[in-house]
Design a protein around this ligand. Structure first.
Ligand code: SAJ
Length: 420
């Protein structure tokens, strides 16, 4: 089979590389020339895909990287894996629309098109389908059309494409079944649903579930703190319940490119299509969005308890990416905390193994060294994103005062350690 993959971000590349390593012929296209040149040179950047097998597939011409959608003309299956950002609190489907138009120009009769990008229910049928039919071919009659949400978790070494169950839904039974058979070649467990909408909505449920439960423990953290209850102890205790509970942990907020965004697609579509707000999403997003302000207030309080004003205070922040061990600043709540502290007159420096400078939210900060000297020089050290490379005990020992936003010190009894 010849597979086309449109979009070579971490989702599309993982799919293209895996399909090629499985022996399929793959045409991977993207509008980003630099990225395509890098990939065509065989420099594999796909975690979980064997470098040698990747290079062999490229060598053998079974894994082709290009920028021209004409390469899709001989594909039996075309999978669209393009970004679906949120712009001004609303879905931005321009990348899906561009991809739909590009694919339509080279769509083969009897081929299958699958959309993987996270989006609101109805996108595959109402937005993508008309674009694919622009040249006269009709979905269902002349080609098959389905939706299958990606579940790639960046940096997760335990779960990859093959061992992460896959959900699929088509515009009709032949589309659903054919898409199911396609993924069966790449994924151990495939769940075929009755429609594209069900598959689109399943993805939104998965990540909305996560966002809402993080908001729950974030709000609980603010309540516990006012009652001198250790929220970390409370969560650990609740997690001893072996059924019907799953722990989430409070923090400076919810970042990344999935969890803050996917629920926005749900809330937006609810308002647009039913006129009713999706109240739980909107409330939970407000709670999470408030956390940088709350963390800032707790840091100011900790300084004050130690006789220091925030104005002019030397603050060293450790870890600024959106989650530990991932070098990604997108929607990082830690950055928002730093912006708030700078606006209150603090002198902020930061260290992060993945980040050398911060130029957003009005900040212009260069990374500083992490040493006993830099720790001791700070009036307060903020451990915002606890990368696994941090020696948290050493930090706690040498910091005059440590605000531990993620309980990385795991309940340290030191009087100089304050947790969220
Ligand atoms: N976060 C908390 N408390 C938690 C969990 C996360 O504050 O208990 C924060 C993180 O610090 C981060 C944000 O939420 O800022 C998102 O964290 P995440 O662990 O959900 O990481 P992501 O954004 O990489 O989410 C991805 C998602 N994968 C896909 O959409 C395919 C998500 O569905 C996965 O569940 C998640 O990885 C994962 O489990 O690692």
């Amino acid at each position: 089979a010849v597979i086309g993959v449109v979009g070579q971000g971490y989702v599309g590349l993982s799919l293209a590389a895996s399909a090629a390593v499985e022996g399929m012929t793959v045409r991977a296209v993207d509008v980003d020339t630099d990225r395509i040149q890098q990939l065509a040179a065989g420099s594999n950047v796909v975690p979980g895909v064997d470098d040698a097998l990747f290079a062999n597939a490229v060598e053998a011409g079974r894994l082709f990287f290009g920028t021209d959608a004409a390469a899709l003309a001989d594909c039996d299956v075309v999978v669209i894996c393009v970004p679906t950002p949120v712009v001004e609190h609303r879905p931005d489907l321009r990348f899906i629309e561009d991809a739909g138009r590009a694919v339509a120009g080279h769509l083969r009769r009897d081929s299958l098109v699958v959309l993987e990008s996270t989006t609101y229910p109805g996108t595959t049928e109402q937005v993508l389908r008309p674009l694919l039919e622009a040249h006269g071919l009709r979905a269902g009659r002349d080609f098959l059309l389905a939706y299958s949400p990606e579940r790639i978790d960046p940096g997760n070494v335990k779960y990859g494409l093959r061992n992460t169950p896959r959900v699929v839904g088509g515009i009709d039974e032949p589309s659903s079944q054919t898409a199911g058979m396609f993924y069966d070649q790449l994924v151990d467990e495939v769940e075929v649903l009755s429609s594209c909408r069900a598959a689109e909505m399943a993805k939104l449920l998965e990540n909305t579930f996560r966002m809402v439960n993080i908001a729950l423990v974030n709000e609980l953290a603010t309540l516990c703190s006012e009652q001198q209850i250790d929220v970390w102890e409370v969560i650990r205790a609740a997690a001893t319940k072996p059924f019907g509970f799953m722990p989430f942990y409070p923090g400076p907020g919810v970042g990344g490119h999935c969890i803050p965004l996917d629920p926005t697609y749900l809330a937006w579509q609810s308002r647009r299509d039913t006129g009713r707000p999706f109240r739980l999403v909107e409330t939970a997003q407000d709670i999470n969005a408030h956390m940088p302000t709350y963390v800032t207030s707790r840091v100011i309080e900790a300084l004050s308890d130690h006789g220091k004003a925030v104005k002019g205070a030397n603050i060293l922040a450790l870890g600024v990416t959106y989650k530990p061990d991932v070098g990604d600043l997108r929607e990082s709540a830690a950055i928002e905390v730093l912006a708030r502290l700078v606006s209150k007159g603090a002198k902020v420096t930061f260290h992060d193994p993945f980040v050398t400078e911060i130029r957003e939210h009005g900040l212009s900060l260069r990374g500083s060294s992490l040493s006993r000297t830099s720790l001791a020089a700070a009036d307060i050290v903020l451990l915002l994103t606890p990368h696994s490379t941090y020696d948290v005990d050493m930090v706690a020992e040498h910091a005059k005062l440590l605000f531990d936003a993620r309980n990385a010190t795991n309940g340290s009894r030191r009087p100089t350690v304050v947790t969220l």
